[in-house]
Design a protein. Structure first.
Length: 135
C-alpha cells in the first residue's frame, strides 16, 4: 500500500524477504519536488513489478552510468568543507581537481570521479563523501 512505501522500516526486506529500494534525497531541498519524486518512485516500483497497479512507464532521459566507489573521504576535523559550489549527489569532479578542504589538507581526485552521497554536516572521523568512477 502507499502507506507501506512511506514507512520508516529500513529492514523490511530483511524481515520478510524480497528486495529493498532506497531513495537518497537528503539534498532535496525544494519541497515542491517531493510529489514528483514520490511519483517517480511509484513508477519505478511498478516497472520492476513491486506494485500491483500499473503505472505509466517513463521513457529514459539519460544514459545510465555504472559507477564504483573507490574511496571514502572522512572529515578529520570540524573544519571540513566542500570547495565546489552547489554540490549534489553525483557531482562530477575532474582528475586532479580540489573538491574539499579540511584545515590545511586539500582533497583532490586522482581520476575523473563522481561525489556519491555527500553529507550536509560533518563529524570528525565520519565519512563526508564517497568517490566513485566509471566502471
Amino acid at each position: 500500500s502507499e502507506a507501506d512505501l512511506c514507512s520508516g522500516t529500513d529492514f523490511l526486506a530483511d524481515a520478510i524477504g524480497g528486495m529493498g529500494h532506497t531513495l537518497e534525497a537528503g539534498w532535496l531541498r525544494d519541497h515542491c519536488l517531493f510529489k514528483a519524486t514520490y511519483d517517480c518512485v511509484l513508477d519505478y516500483l511498478s516497472y520492476v513489478g513491486c506494485l500491483s497497479t500499473q503505472r505509466n512507464r517513463p521513457e529514459p532521459t539519460t544514459v545510465l552510468k555504472h559507477l564504483m566507489i573507490y574511496q571514502e573521504i572522512r572529515a578529520e576535523s570540524s573544519s571540513f568543507s566542500f570547495c565546489i559550489p552547489e554540490i549534489h549527489n553525483f557531482s562530477f569532479v575532474a582528475a586532479g581537481e580540489v573538491f574539499a578542504r579540511d584545515g590545511d589538507t586539500s582533497f583532490r581526485t586522482e581520476r575523473d570521479s563522481y561525489l556519491v552521497f555527500p553529507k550536509a554536516s560533518f563529524a570528525p572521523g565520519r565519512v563526508a563523501v564517497n568517490l566513485a568512477s566509471m566502471h
